[in-house]
Design a protein around this ligand. Structure first.
Ligand code: PEP
Ligand code: MN
Length: 272
């Protein structure tokens, strides 16, 4: 098994960068991906409107239909209705879609509606769920647990890959530290560390990492400067009225400006 406790996820096993295909979009090995959309799907009109607003500057449309909320009294997502709305919006706009699945019983249903399955931070070590998404063929976006080490993240990827699904993209979304000004602390070093240990692409979610819309752009730029393979960003056209995570959501115009800044940064890095 080599010097690392994981095999399929390790660079020793697979020296070249993996390129993960989501619909017609490629991620990794120099292909950068921008994923954008609201935290939650709220209505067909909402997901279509926001999708249309990010279409020119995002490759993949996101939107939650099953929301793992801290409080059982918070909005839990529109479930299958939400999946249907996300699918319709994605098809109308020609964008692949990603959404979170929170329970093993829902995996087949969710996989029948979207192009990529997201495992959220709170479920990174839900091993039954990891095995279940590993046994189906849609690509998986695996988010780092808020108290998980990089090694634990890679071992969770290993659970998925050991079942036969090697289409895994990792996501750094901030970890819990003593700092309370931000929602989480973005672990920038995780990006080069993962790239050294693993061939899997790693993207960054500066929205959940910061919890504040005005911090999203600086963190996104830092992530890309560190070599991230892409970004996942929450966008809402009426953040004050969002059903979840409005405080950290960018308005579409700000999101577009952010992507312009990111493209400038990446171009200047590639010139050298
Ligand atoms: C999300 O992407 O909406 C989400 C709930 O993220 P996380 O699992 O990272 O908290
Ligand atoms: Mn969210």
């Amino acid at each position: 098994m080599g010097v690392y406790p994981f095999k399929f996820a390790s660079r020793e096993f697979h020296p070249a960068d993996s390129v993960i295909q989501v619909g017609s979009v490629r991620i990794g090995g120099g292909h950068r991906v921008f994923i954008a959309g609201p935290c939650s799907v709220e209505s067909l009109e909402q997901i279509e409107r926001i999708g249309r607003a990010v279409q020119g500057s995002a490759h993949i449309l996101r939107g939650g239909a099953y929301k793992p909320r801290t409080s059982p009294y918070s909005f839990q997502g529109l479930a299958e209705e939400g999946l249907e709305m996300l699918q319709r919006a994605g098809r109308a706009l020609g964008m692949p879609t990603v959404t979170e699945v929170v329970s093993t019983e829902d995996v087949d249903l969710v996989a029948s509606y979207v192009d990529m399955l997201q495992i959220g931070a709170r479920n990174m070590q839900n091993f039954a769920l990891l095995r279940k998404v590993g046994a189906q063929s849609k690509p998986v976006l695996l988010k780092r647990g808020m108290a998980a080490t990089v090694e634990e993240l890679l071992l969770s990827a290993e659970y998925i890959m050991a079942e036969g699904n090697s289409q895994v993209v990792l996501c750094e979304r901030g970890i819990r530290t003593f700092e309370s000004y931000t929602r989480n602390t973005l672990d920038i070093s995780a990006i080069p560390v993962i790239h050294k240990l693993s061939h899997l692409p790693v993207i960054v979610d500066p929205s959940h990492a910061s919890g504040q819309w005005n911090l999203v752009e600086p963190l996104a730029l830092a992530a890309m400067a560190c070599g991230a393979d892409g970004l996942m960003i929450e966008v809402h056209d009426e953040p004050d009225r969002a059903w979840s995570d409005g405080e950290q959501s960018l308005k579409p115009e700000r999101y577009q400006e952010l992507i312009c800044s990111v493209r400038r940064l990446v171009n200047s890095m590639e010139e050298e």
